[in-house]
Design a protein around this ligand. Structure first.
Ligand code: HEC
Length: 108
């Protein structure tokens, strides 16, 4: 019994670890796709109407991409950008952009 509880706990940690994004993979995708509007590191949007996303919180970025995909947040441009992203790709992108320096976020 005790052993199975230990395995359960270990299993829970393992799934948390695999659920997080890989910033290196996110960087590749970001440079291929997102850079066209948000700038390579999410800091230099090409148009004023494209938001800066560098340094935004990782969970916010991930949730936002999910919401664009599901239609919970509606935007014609980002809806089509998010349409074909897998969950893993969204996590990778969120990991990458949240690690870029930017002036977004709470000052500490
Ligand atoms: C064709 C231009 C374009 C491309 C390419 C693009 N975006 Fe966007 N993005 C936008 C626009 C415009 C908005 C603002 C939409 C809105 O008002 O909801 C936006 C908004 C966002 C937001 C919400 C920011 C916030 O502060 O809430 C995130 C996150 C985001 N984009 C991530 C990405 C990622 C990741 C990619 C690459 C997969 C990407 N975008 C590719 C134009 C683009």
């Amino acid at each position: 019994m005790r052993q199975s509880i230990t395995l359960l706990v270990l299993g829970a940690f393992a799934s948390v670890a695999t659920a997080s994004g890989n910033a290196d993979k996110g960087a590749e995708k970001a440079k291929q796709v997102c850079a066209a509007c948000h700038g390579a590191d999410g800091n230099k949007p090409l148009q004023p109407e494209y938001p800066r996303i560098a340094g935004q919180h990782e969970d916010y970025l991930y949730k936002t991409l999910r919401d664009y995909q599901s239609g919970a947040r509606k935007d014609a441009i980002m809806g089509s950008q998010a349409a074909n992203l897998s969950r893993q790709e969204m996590q990778d992108l969120a990991a990458y952009f949240s690690r870029q320096n930017g002036s977004l976020g709470v000052k500490r």
